[in-house]
Design a binder for this molecule. Sequence first.
Ligand code: 5GP
Length: 177
Amino acid sequence: MKLKDLEFKKFISAEKIHAKIDDLATQINSDYKDKTPLFLPILNGSFMFASDLLKEIKIPCRVSFVKVASYSGTASTGQLKTLIGHEESLFNQDILIIEDIVDTGLTLQKIIEELRGLGAKSVEAVTLLRKKTAREKDIDVKYVGFDLEQEFVLGYGLDYDGLGRNHQDIYKQVIKG
Ligand code: 5GP
């Protein structure tokens, strides 16, 4: 599949993604069985993952989609804005951030710091994908779907320059040469 100047090939199938989501949901349903967590999916990238994951969450919970703007092209810029869009009070809540992918972990760390500052009772994160950088830096993510190396991926909510979010499978960039 070609998108603009880059070539991509299928990497993780929709079936594999859904099987992994079932595992993650089972863990979360068990860990949070005596709580009423507030899920904060981070837009735009996590919309498909959040939608499929939340269908498998069987405990009482709240959901509020939020946004941070920090990324353009295929490399993290490190420029972060504040968390916007949360309508629920975050004070004293057991918060579970839903991320599409953790790369350097900078975005997630900033969000966690901000939520703690706002008085959340607990803050954990679930991410569908985690890159090697985050593993090496020991970024604190409680629930991880798939571990990747440094490949650039798209599909299932993730984009390249705004394109590709609509695919049900995840694709990775083909590096030529
Ligand atoms: P971090 O702050 O962890 O370096 O970057 C996290 C954000 O960068 C993700 O939420 C996502 O928007 C974007 N990102 C990181 N790696 C990729 C990738 O391989 N593909 C896409 N489409 N976005 C990525």
